[in-house]
Design a protein around this ligand. Structure first.
Ligand code: ARG
Length: 417
Protein backbone atom coordinates (compact mmCIF):
# COMPACT_ATOMS: atom_id res chain seq x y z
CA UNK A 1 0.00 0.00 0.00
CA UNK A 2 0.95 3.63 -0.48
CA UNK A 3 1.79 4.35 3.13
CA UNK A 4 0.41 4.39 6.63
CA UNK A 5 -2.19 6.43 8.45
CA UNK A 6 -2.55 6.69 12.23
CA UNK A 7 -6.23 6.65 13.20
CA UNK A 8 -7.52 7.93 16.55
CA UNK A 9 -9.51 4.83 17.45
CA UNK A 10 -12.21 4.84 20.12
CA UNK A 11 -13.52 1.36 19.44
CA UNK A 12 -16.95 2.67 18.40
CA UNK A 13 -18.78 1.90 15.18
CA UNK A 14 -17.60 4.96 13.21
CA UNK A 15 -13.88 4.47 13.76
CA UNK A 16 -14.27 0.69 13.38
CA UNK A 17 -15.87 1.14 9.97
CA UNK A 18 -13.07 3.60 9.18
CA UNK A 19 -10.47 0.85 9.70
CA UNK A 20 -12.04 -0.92 6.72
CA UNK A 21 -12.94 2.11 4.67
CA UNK A 22 -9.63 4.00 4.71
CA UNK A 23 -7.57 1.27 2.98
CA UNK A 24 -10.34 0.83 0.42
CA UNK A 25 -10.64 4.53 -0.35
CA UNK A 26 -7.07 5.77 0.13
CA UNK A 27 -4.95 2.65 -0.20
CA UNK A 28 -3.29 3.34 3.16
CA UNK A 29 -2.54 0.88 5.95
CA UNK A 30 -4.12 1.76 9.27
CA UNK A 31 -2.43 1.96 12.65
CA UNK A 32 -5.04 2.37 15.39
CA UNK A 33 -4.16 4.64 18.29
CA UNK A 34 -6.33 4.57 21.41
CA UNK A 35 -5.59 7.19 24.04
CA UNK A 36 -6.73 6.48 27.58
CA UNK A 37 -7.78 9.67 29.36
CA UNK A 38 -9.90 7.91 31.91
CA UNK A 39 -12.55 6.85 29.41
CA UNK A 40 -13.51 3.97 31.68
CA UNK A 41 -13.79 1.47 28.85
CA UNK A 42 -11.68 -1.66 29.01
CA UNK A 43 -8.87 -0.81 26.61
CA UNK A 44 -7.53 -4.27 25.74
CA UNK A 45 -10.72 -5.40 23.93
CA UNK A 46 -10.61 -2.16 21.92
CA UNK A 47 -7.04 -2.89 20.88
CA UNK A 48 -7.95 -6.44 19.92
CA UNK A 49 -10.93 -5.25 17.93
CA UNK A 50 -8.74 -2.90 15.91
CA UNK A 51 -6.42 -5.76 15.01
CA UNK A 52 -9.32 -8.05 14.20
CA UNK A 53 -10.74 -5.42 11.85
CA UNK A 54 -7.47 -5.32 9.97
CA UNK A 55 -5.35 -2.61 11.55
CA UNK A 56 -1.71 -3.46 10.96
CA UNK A 57 -0.90 -2.32 14.49
CA UNK A 58 -2.92 -1.17 17.49
CA UNK A 59 -1.28 1.16 19.99
CA UNK A 60 -2.64 2.17 23.38
CA UNK A 61 -1.29 5.17 25.28
CA UNK A 62 -2.28 5.79 28.86
CA UNK A 63 -2.10 9.60 28.99
CA UNK A 64 -4.19 10.14 32.11
CA UNK A 65 -1.37 11.64 34.13
CA UNK A 66 -0.35 14.06 31.34
CA UNK A 67 -3.97 14.96 30.73
CA UNK A 68 -4.47 15.98 34.34
CA UNK A 69 -1.13 17.73 34.71
CA UNK A 70 -1.06 19.60 31.39
CA UNK A 71 -4.70 20.15 30.54
CA UNK A 72 -7.02 19.74 33.52
CA UNK A 73 -4.97 21.58 36.13
CA UNK A 74 -4.45 24.54 33.78
CA UNK A 75 -8.18 24.75 33.26
CA UNK A 76 -8.79 24.58 37.00
CA UNK A 77 -6.20 27.26 37.75
CA UNK A 78 -7.92 29.38 35.12
CA UNK A 79 -11.41 28.61 36.54
CA UNK A 80 -12.30 27.79 32.95
CA UNK A 81 -15.98 27.36 32.23
CA UNK A 82 -17.11 27.87 28.64
CA UNK A 83 -20.10 30.24 28.62
CA UNK A 84 -20.04 30.06 32.39
CA UNK A 85 -21.23 26.44 32.34
CA UNK A 86 -19.12 23.85 30.56
CA UNK A 87 -15.90 22.70 32.30
CA UNK A 88 -14.49 21.76 28.85
CA UNK A 89 -13.74 18.06 29.44
CA UNK A 90 -13.98 17.05 25.78
CA UNK A 91 -12.33 20.22 24.51
CA UNK A 92 -9.32 19.85 26.84
CA UNK A 93 -8.66 16.31 25.64
CA UNK A 94 -8.43 17.14 21.94
CA UNK A 95 -5.05 18.89 21.81
CA UNK A 96 -3.43 16.07 23.76
CA UNK A 97 -4.92 13.42 21.45
CA UNK A 98 -3.83 15.49 18.43
CA UNK A 99 -0.31 15.74 19.84
CA UNK A 100 -0.12 11.97 20.41
CA UNK A 101 -1.48 11.28 16.91
CA UNK A 102 1.25 13.46 15.42
CA UNK A 103 3.98 11.92 17.60
CA UNK A 104 2.86 8.41 16.69
CA UNK A 105 2.67 9.32 13.01
CA UNK A 106 6.27 10.55 13.15
CA UNK A 107 7.48 7.44 14.95
CA UNK A 108 5.71 5.14 12.52
CA UNK A 109 6.67 7.11 9.43
CA UNK A 110 3.00 7.66 8.59
CA UNK A 111 1.91 10.02 5.83
CA UNK A 112 -1.46 10.84 7.36
CA UNK A 113 -3.55 10.88 10.51
CA UNK A 114 -7.28 10.24 10.79
CA UNK A 115 -10.08 10.93 13.23
CA UNK A 116 -13.75 10.01 13.47
CA UNK A 117 -15.26 13.49 13.91
CA UNK A 118 -18.33 14.61 12.03
CA UNK A 119 -18.47 17.77 9.96
CA UNK A 120 -20.77 19.62 12.36
CA UNK A 121 -18.98 19.61 15.65
CA UNK A 122 -16.17 21.40 17.42
CA UNK A 123 -13.98 18.34 17.69
CA UNK A 124 -13.04 18.27 13.99
CA UNK A 125 -11.98 21.92 14.29
CA UNK A 126 -9.86 21.26 17.37
CA UNK A 127 -8.17 18.23 15.81
CA UNK A 128 -7.54 19.78 12.42
CA UNK A 129 -6.21 23.08 13.76
CA UNK A 130 -3.93 21.33 16.26
CA UNK A 131 -2.61 18.76 13.81
CA UNK A 132 -1.93 21.38 11.15
CA UNK A 133 -0.06 23.50 13.72
CA UNK A 134 2.14 20.59 14.85
CA UNK A 135 2.71 18.86 11.53
CA UNK A 136 1.82 21.02 8.54
CA UNK A 137 2.78 18.31 6.07
CA UNK A 138 0.70 15.56 7.56
CA UNK A 139 -2.45 14.77 5.67
CA UNK A 140 -5.69 14.64 7.67
CA UNK A 141 -8.39 12.13 6.82
CA UNK A 142 -11.81 12.44 8.45
CA UNK A 143 -13.90 9.56 7.09
CA UNK A 144 -17.14 10.42 8.88
CA UNK A 145 -16.97 13.96 7.49
CA UNK A 146 -16.57 12.52 4.01
CA UNK A 147 -19.33 9.96 4.19
CA UNK A 148 -22.63 10.96 2.72
CA UNK A 149 -24.19 7.95 4.42
CA UNK A 150 -26.97 7.96 6.92
CA UNK A 151 -26.88 5.53 9.84
CA UNK A 152 -28.54 2.75 7.80
CA UNK A 153 -26.01 3.13 4.98
CA UNK A 154 -23.17 2.91 7.46
CA UNK A 155 -24.61 -0.25 8.98
CA UNK A 156 -25.12 -1.73 5.52
CA UNK A 157 -21.46 -1.04 4.70
CA UNK A 158 -20.38 -2.51 8.03
CA UNK A 159 -22.41 -5.67 7.33
CA UNK A 160 -21.05 -5.96 3.83
CA UNK A 161 -17.56 -5.73 5.40
CA UNK A 162 -18.42 -8.57 7.74
CA UNK A 163 -18.30 -6.51 10.95
CA UNK A 164 -20.01 -8.11 13.93
CA UNK A 165 -22.59 -5.44 14.67
CA UNK A 166 -23.53 -7.15 17.91
CA UNK A 167 -20.34 -5.69 19.34
CA UNK A 168 -21.62 -2.18 18.72
CA UNK A 169 -25.16 -2.55 20.02
CA UNK A 170 -25.09 0.63 21.96
CA UNK A 171 -26.69 0.39 25.35
CA UNK A 172 -27.04 4.15 25.21
CA UNK A 173 -29.17 6.14 22.77
CA UNK A 174 -26.78 9.10 23.10
CA UNK A 175 -23.46 10.21 21.72
CA UNK A 176 -21.09 10.18 24.66
CA UNK A 177 -17.52 11.30 25.20
CA UNK A 178 -15.85 10.53 28.50
CA UNK A 179 -12.64 11.45 30.27
CA UNK A 180 -11.60 12.16 33.85
CA UNK A 181 -12.84 15.74 33.77
CA UNK A 182 -16.36 14.86 32.67
CA UNK A 183 -18.90 13.05 30.53
CA UNK A 184 -20.37 14.86 27.52
CA UNK A 185 -23.77 13.57 26.47
CA UNK A 186 -25.56 14.68 23.32
CA UNK A 187 -28.14 13.80 20.64
CA UNK A 188 -31.16 11.49 20.87
CA UNK A 189 -34.03 13.03 22.82
CA UNK A 190 -31.66 15.69 24.17
CA UNK A 191 -31.85 17.43 20.80
CA UNK A 192 -35.17 18.88 21.95
CA UNK A 193 -34.14 21.61 24.41
CA UNK A 194 -37.53 21.42 26.08
CA UNK A 195 -37.12 17.77 27.07
CA UNK A 196 -35.69 17.15 30.52
CA UNK A 197 -32.62 14.90 30.28
CA UNK A 198 -33.86 11.39 31.05
CA UNK A 199 -32.23 9.52 33.89
CA UNK A 200 -30.53 7.12 31.47
CA UNK A 201 -28.38 9.98 30.18
CA UNK A 202 -26.46 9.95 33.45
CA UNK A 203 -23.94 7.44 34.69
CA UNK A 204 -21.82 9.24 37.29
CA UNK A 205 -24.40 11.18 39.27
CA UNK A 206 -27.36 10.00 41.28
CA UNK A 207 -30.71 11.68 40.92
CA UNK A 208 -31.32 14.01 43.87
CA UNK A 209 -34.06 11.73 45.20
CA UNK A 210 -31.52 8.94 45.61
CA UNK A 211 -28.79 10.94 47.33
CA UNK A 212 -27.97 10.53 51.03
CA UNK A 213 -29.94 12.66 53.46
CA UNK A 214 -26.86 13.42 55.51
CA UNK A 215 -24.30 15.80 54.09
CA UNK A 216 -20.72 14.79 53.43
CA UNK A 217 -18.08 17.27 54.54
CA UNK A 218 -14.82 17.24 52.67
CA UNK A 219 -11.55 19.12 53.01
CA UNK A 220 -9.63 19.86 49.83
CA UNK A 221 -6.06 21.06 50.09
CA UNK A 222 -4.54 23.16 47.31
CA UNK A 223 -0.94 24.06 46.54
CA UNK A 224 -0.54 26.95 44.12
CA UNK A 225 -3.98 26.36 42.68
CA UNK A 226 -3.60 22.59 42.32
CA UNK A 227 -5.50 20.17 44.56
CA UNK A 228 -3.13 17.79 46.34
CA UNK A 229 -5.11 16.14 49.15
CA UNK A 230 -8.62 15.09 50.17
CA UNK A 231 -9.37 15.00 53.89
CA UNK A 232 -5.66 15.20 54.63
CA UNK A 233 -4.71 12.28 52.39
CA UNK A 234 -2.26 13.24 49.68
CA UNK A 235 -3.28 11.86 46.28
CA UNK A 236 -1.96 12.12 42.76
CA UNK A 237 -4.16 14.01 40.33
CA UNK A 238 -5.71 11.00 38.60
CA UNK A 239 -6.65 9.36 41.90
CA UNK A 240 -7.93 12.59 43.41
CA UNK A 241 -10.23 13.32 40.48
CA UNK A 242 -11.40 9.70 40.27
CA UNK A 243 -12.34 9.64 43.96
CA UNK A 244 -14.01 13.00 43.81
CA UNK A 245 -16.09 12.00 40.79
CA UNK A 246 -17.37 9.06 42.79
CA UNK A 247 -17.94 10.97 46.01
CA UNK A 248 -19.63 14.04 44.54
CA UNK A 249 -21.55 11.88 42.06
CA UNK A 250 -23.11 9.99 44.94
CA UNK A 251 -24.47 13.29 46.19
CA UNK A 252 -25.89 14.16 42.78
CA UNK A 253 -23.44 16.97 42.11
CA UNK A 254 -22.27 18.07 38.66
CA UNK A 255 -25.18 17.70 36.26
CA UNK A 256 -25.07 20.48 33.67
CA UNK A 257 -27.65 21.29 31.00
CA UNK A 258 -26.32 23.82 28.51
CA UNK A 259 -27.62 25.46 25.35
CA UNK A 260 -24.18 25.90 23.89
CA UNK A 261 -22.81 28.05 21.09
CA UNK A 262 -20.58 25.83 19.00
CA UNK A 263 -17.60 27.33 17.20
CA UNK A 264 -19.15 26.28 13.88
CA UNK A 265 -22.11 28.56 14.54
CA UNK A 266 -24.71 26.03 15.65
CA UNK A 267 -26.51 26.20 18.96
CA UNK A 268 -26.62 22.75 20.51
CA UNK A 269 -28.11 21.25 23.61
CA UNK A 270 -25.37 19.64 25.63
CA UNK A 271 -25.66 17.70 28.84
CA UNK A 272 -22.64 17.10 31.03
CA UNK A 273 -21.75 15.24 34.17
CA UNK A 274 -18.74 16.67 35.90
CA UNK A 275 -18.85 16.01 39.65
CA UNK A 276 -15.15 16.46 40.41
CA UNK A 277 -14.84 19.48 38.13
CA UNK A 278 -17.84 21.14 39.75
CA UNK A 279 -16.48 20.70 43.27
CA UNK A 280 -12.89 21.64 42.43
CA UNK A 281 -13.86 24.73 40.44
CA UNK A 282 -16.09 25.90 43.29
CA UNK A 283 -13.41 25.29 45.90
CA UNK A 284 -10.61 26.80 43.83
CA UNK A 285 -12.54 29.96 43.08
CA UNK A 286 -13.31 30.37 46.76
CA UNK A 287 -9.66 29.99 47.75
CA UNK A 288 -8.77 32.69 45.21
CA UNK A 289 -11.27 34.99 46.85
CA UNK A 290 -9.31 34.55 50.05
CA UNK A 291 -5.83 34.91 48.59
CA UNK A 292 -6.05 37.21 45.53
CA UNK A 293 -6.58 40.95 45.64
CA UNK A 294 -9.76 42.45 44.25
CA UNK A 295 -7.88 43.71 41.18
CA UNK A 296 -6.26 40.31 40.51
CA UNK A 297 -9.61 38.59 40.79
CA UNK A 298 -11.36 40.96 38.44
CA UNK A 299 -8.70 40.93 35.77
CA UNK A 300 -8.30 37.17 36.04
CA UNK A 301 -11.98 36.75 35.17
CA UNK A 302 -11.30 38.33 31.78
CA UNK A 303 -8.28 36.10 31.22
CA UNK A 304 -10.29 33.09 32.30
CA UNK A 305 -13.01 33.72 29.76
CA UNK A 306 -10.47 34.25 27.03
CA UNK A 307 -8.76 31.00 28.02
CA UNK A 308 -12.04 29.05 28.05
CA UNK A 309 -12.99 30.34 24.58
CA UNK A 310 -9.53 29.53 23.24
CA UNK A 311 -9.68 25.96 24.54
CA UNK A 312 -13.22 25.52 23.27
CA UNK A 313 -12.30 26.77 19.81
CA UNK A 314 -9.20 24.59 19.52
CA UNK A 315 -6.48 27.26 19.62
CA UNK A 316 -4.37 25.31 22.14
CA UNK A 317 -1.11 25.38 20.19
CA UNK A 318 -0.76 29.15 20.06
CA UNK A 319 1.39 31.71 21.79
CA UNK A 320 -1.78 33.50 22.88
CA UNK A 321 -2.42 30.41 24.97
CA UNK A 322 1.13 30.46 26.34
CA UNK A 323 0.77 34.13 27.26
CA UNK A 324 -2.58 33.66 28.99
CA UNK A 325 -1.18 30.68 30.89
CA UNK A 326 1.83 32.70 32.02
CA UNK A 327 -0.53 35.20 33.63
CA UNK A 328 -2.80 32.52 35.10
CA UNK A 329 0.08 30.57 36.59
CA UNK A 330 1.64 33.68 38.02
CA UNK A 331 -1.61 34.43 39.88
CA UNK A 332 -1.46 31.04 41.58
CA UNK A 333 1.67 31.49 43.68
CA UNK A 334 -0.29 32.19 46.87
CA UNK A 335 -3.40 30.12 46.06
CA UNK A 336 -2.53 27.49 48.66
CA UNK A 337 -4.65 26.39 51.55
CA UNK A 338 -7.62 24.26 52.49
CA UNK A 339 -11.26 24.56 51.47
CA UNK A 340 -14.03 22.81 53.36
CA UNK A 341 -17.07 21.89 51.29
CA UNK A 342 -20.40 20.33 52.09
CA UNK A 343 -21.76 17.90 49.52
CA UNK A 344 -25.45 17.51 49.92
CA UNK A 345 -28.44 16.74 47.72
CA UNK A 346 -27.04 17.96 44.44
CA UNK A 347 -25.12 20.96 45.67
CA UNK A 348 -21.58 21.65 46.70
CA UNK A 349 -21.30 24.50 49.17
CA UNK A 350 -18.07 25.97 50.45
CA UNK A 351 -18.45 26.31 54.21
CA UNK A 352 -14.91 27.15 55.26
CA UNK A 353 -11.52 28.15 53.89
CA UNK A 354 -8.07 28.87 55.29
CA UNK A 355 -4.67 29.75 53.90
CA UNK A 356 -1.28 30.78 55.25
CA UNK A 357 -1.45 33.53 52.59
CA UNK A 358 -4.97 34.68 53.39
CA UNK A 359 -5.67 38.37 52.76
CA UNK A 360 -8.62 38.27 55.10
CA UNK A 361 -7.97 40.19 58.30
CA UNK A 362 -10.35 39.60 61.14
CA UNK A 363 -8.96 42.63 62.96
CA UNK A 364 -10.09 44.79 60.04
CA UNK A 365 -13.39 43.03 59.35
CA UNK A 366 -14.73 42.53 62.86
CA UNK A 367 -17.64 44.42 64.37
CA UNK A 368 -16.59 43.05 67.73
CA UNK A 369 -13.73 43.81 70.11
CA UNK A 370 -10.25 44.22 68.67
CA UNK A 371 -11.39 46.25 65.68
CA UNK A 372 -8.37 47.95 64.10
CA UNK A 373 -10.14 49.70 61.25
CA UNK A 374 -9.77 53.45 61.51
CA UNK A 375 -13.34 54.74 61.52
CA UNK A 376 -12.26 58.38 61.56
CA UNK A 377 -10.43 58.04 58.27
CA UNK A 378 -13.60 56.64 56.67
CA UNK A 379 -14.89 60.23 56.59
CA UNK A 380 -11.93 61.47 54.57
CA UNK A 381 -12.17 58.43 52.31
CA UNK A 382 -15.83 59.12 51.52
CA UNK A 383 -15.15 62.84 51.03
CA UNK A 384 -12.64 62.11 48.28
CA UNK A 385 -14.30 59.02 46.78
CA UNK A 386 -17.60 60.91 46.39
CA UNK A 387 -16.16 64.21 45.20
CA UNK A 388 -16.85 63.71 41.48
CA UNK A 389 -20.38 62.57 42.29
CA UNK A 390 -21.06 65.74 44.32
CA UNK A 391 -19.65 68.03 41.66
CA UNK A 392 -21.75 66.48 38.92
CA UNK A 393 -24.91 66.40 41.02
CA UNK A 394 -24.51 70.09 41.87
CA UNK A 395 -23.83 71.26 38.31
CA UNK A 396 -25.90 68.92 36.14
CA UNK A 397 -28.34 66.78 38.10
CA UNK A 398 -29.97 69.11 40.59
CA UNK A 399 -30.51 72.00 38.10
CA UNK A 400 -32.26 69.63 35.66
CA UNK A 401 -35.47 68.08 36.95
CA UNK A 402 -35.56 65.91 33.85
CA UNK A 403 -32.12 64.37 34.42
CA UNK A 404 -33.00 63.67 38.02
CA UNK A 405 -36.33 62.12 37.07
CA UNK A 406 -34.54 59.60 34.87
CA UNK A 407 -32.74 58.26 37.93
CA UNK A 408 -35.42 58.62 40.57
CA UNK A 409 -38.96 59.59 39.51
CA UNK A 410 -40.74 61.85 42.01
CA UNK A 411 -43.31 59.96 44.09
CA UNK A 412 -46.74 61.54 44.09
CA UNK A 413 -48.56 59.35 46.56
CA UNK A 414 -49.84 61.25 49.55
CA UNK A 415 -47.69 61.17 52.59
CA UNK A 416 -44.45 60.69 50.70
CA UNK A 417 -42.25 63.66 49.90
N1 ARG B 1 -20.06 20.15 23.03
C1 ARG B 1 -18.92 19.63 23.70
C2 ARG B 1 -17.68 20.16 23.06
O1 ARG B 1 -17.71 20.63 21.96
C3 ARG B 1 -18.95 18.13 23.78
C4 ARG B 1 -18.67 17.40 22.51
C5 ARG B 1 -18.85 15.95 22.70
N2 ARG B 1 -18.11 15.25 21.69
C6 ARG B 1 -18.42 14.05 21.26
N3 ARG B 1 -17.65 13.54 20.38
N4 ARG B 1 -19.50 13.42 21.68
O2 ARG B 1 -16.64 20.14 23.67
Amino acid sequence: MAGTVVLAYSGGLDTSVAIRWIPEKYGLEVIALTVDLGNEKAIEPIRERALRLGAKKAIVIDAREEFVRLCVWSALQANALYEGKYPLATALARPLIAYLLVETAKQEGAVAVAHGCTGKGNDQVRFDISIAALAPDLRIIAPVREWTWNREDEIAYAEQQGLDLGEFQKSSPYSIDVNLWGRSIESGVLEDPWVEPPEDAFAWTRPIEATPLTPRYLEIEFEQGIPVALDGERLDGVELITRLNRLAGEHGIGRIDHIENRFVGIKSREVYEAPAATVLLEAHRDLEQLTLSKEQQRFKQLVSREFADLVYNGFWFTLHHADLMAYIQSTQRFVSGTVRVRLHRGSCTVVGRKSPHSLYSEALATYGRGDQFNHASALGFIDIAGMSVRVQAARQLLPSAEALRGLMPPRTEPGIH
